[in-house]
Ligand binder design. Sequence first.
Ligand code: UDP
Length: 253
Amino acid sequence: MDREEGSPSDRPGTSSPYRRVLLKLSGEAFASDAADETIDGATVERVAKEIAEVCAETGVQMAVVVGGGNIWRGATGSATGMDRANADYMGMLATVINALALRDALERQGQPTRVQTAIGMSQIAEPYIRLRAIRHLEKSRVVVFAAGTGNPFFTTDTAGALRAIEIDAEVLLKGTHSGVDGIYDADPRTHPDAARIEEATYDRVISEDLRAMDLTAITLCKENSLPIVYFSIMEPGNLRRAIGGGGIGTLIH
Ligand code: UDP
């Protein structure tokens, strides 16, 4: 049964410093190497359960931008000679597949959810309409933004930064899937003594090429003073910690 929709202030136990957040999930966060699945039902369900629980517990308004890299990346197509824009449109469609999987999993958790796409496909999802998205959020619906920015030559990280700014989110939560729980001063997989950077400025991330997100996304965040929390979504409980505002991953601001 659906959880009752209502304003966050109606809900007890609010324990987040944030009113509205945007969570960026890479497509890989839905995949499973072990099960050899592009979209692994159990993995999507775990992420959806955590999102639903955190929204119910804290009353935080949550929008999600999903990537498509588990299915297709434009760069892969263009490397084999495909027209880049065409390959990128394929990538944007891949994000819609992930968004529908996430919506399904969230609704099964009792979390009311809407998908909005940057490329019109009205039979399966709403078009992206900023004020309508905000209205959904105010009614405690999770809004999943799909099809990236709707433009080739961009990434879903940039879509995440753009949508976060548009909906006036207070933070961009970049959930990574690689098992690395933040930005390190060297690659922790090859340098056992690498140290996690707890806080970094946008300029440091750019000048040291720390690869938290692509340059367009970081620059957009910098120009609009949108903080980014870079953390591992693969560890259960991490989303709750990130929303709780407690020192997790790397804060870029
Ligand atoms: N894409 C695009 N414009 C956008 C967002 C995404 O063309 O605004 C395409 C691009 O080809 C990209 C693919 O969609 O490779 C999948 O997105 P992304 O690589 O960002 O997914 P993620 O790595 O987060 O899973």
